[in-house]
Design a protein around this ligand. Sequence first.
Ligand SMILES: [Zn+2]
Ligand SMILES: [Zn+2]
Length: 270
Amino acid sequence: MPAGPGRLRLTVLGCSNAIPYPDAAASGFLVEYAETTILLDAGQGVAIRLADIVDPRQMAGIVIGHMHADHFFDLVGVRYLFPWAGGVSPRLPVHLPPGGRPRLAELASAISERPGFFDAAYDVDEYDPDEALSVGPLTLRFAPARHYVPAYAVSIQAPDGARLVYLGDTGPSDTMTEFARGADLLLVEATLRDAADDDAERGHLTASEAIDLARDAEVGAARLVHYPPDRHAELEALCASAGTWIAPATPGLRLSVSDAGIAGAVGPAA
Ligand SMILES: [Zn+2]
Ligand SMILES: [Zn+2]
C-alpha cells in the first residue's frame, strides 16, 4: 500500500549519538499522521533539519524521553525558529519527563538570553509516565528505560492501529522488550561497540543486543539509532545477517510505520 497522508510516518532528522559528526544530528524523529506532527527528542543538530521540513509553529508538540543534552539541547535551537515579539498563539506543547521542567529552566538561565526564554513559544509540561497522553489523534504511552538518569521509552499509536516505539537510551531490559512487543516499527539504540564499554549498571546497548531485543519483541520492523555514523557499514552488515526487517537508520530516512518491514524507505526527506 502507498504511504497515504493519513498513515503514520516517520522521518529521521538525526540518529547519531552524543558525539558531533559532520552531517549527523543527535536524536530527533518527526512523526506525522494526517495533520498532526510530533517531534520526538531534540538533540543537537535537530533544529536545522526540522526547519528544512516543517514550520515548527505547525507542529502538535515535542516529546522528550530524557534530559540528556543529546536528546533535548536543541529545544534551544527550535525556540529560535519562533518570533520574539508578540509571542505565539497557541504555544507549542513541550512534554518533558518528570523533573524536566526545572532542568529546562536551568538551561534558560544558563543561556541568559532573556527572561522567560522559552515561555512565549513553548507550553511546557511534564507527562505522567503511568498515563496515556493524547496528541491530536495519536495516543502516546511511556515506559521506564534502563539508563543513567530517569528515561522513558515512547509508544505512538495511530487510530488505525499502526504503532511506533522509540526506546530512547536504554540498557538491556525486559521492560523494554515487553513495551516494544508487536510494534510495527521499533527504534532501538545501538550505542556501544562492546558491552564492556558500558558502566557496571547498564545504560546502553550494543548492536547485537539491540537486534536481540527487537527479535525477542517480535516487532514488524526495526531501525538501529543512536550510533556514530562511521559505524554504519558495520551495523548494516550485522543487520543484514539478521534479516531484512532490521537496518541501521540514516539521517533523512522516511518510512511508513506499518510498511517499514516490507516497503522500506518511501523516499528522501523533503
Ligand atoms: Zn542518555
Ligand atoms: Zn543519548
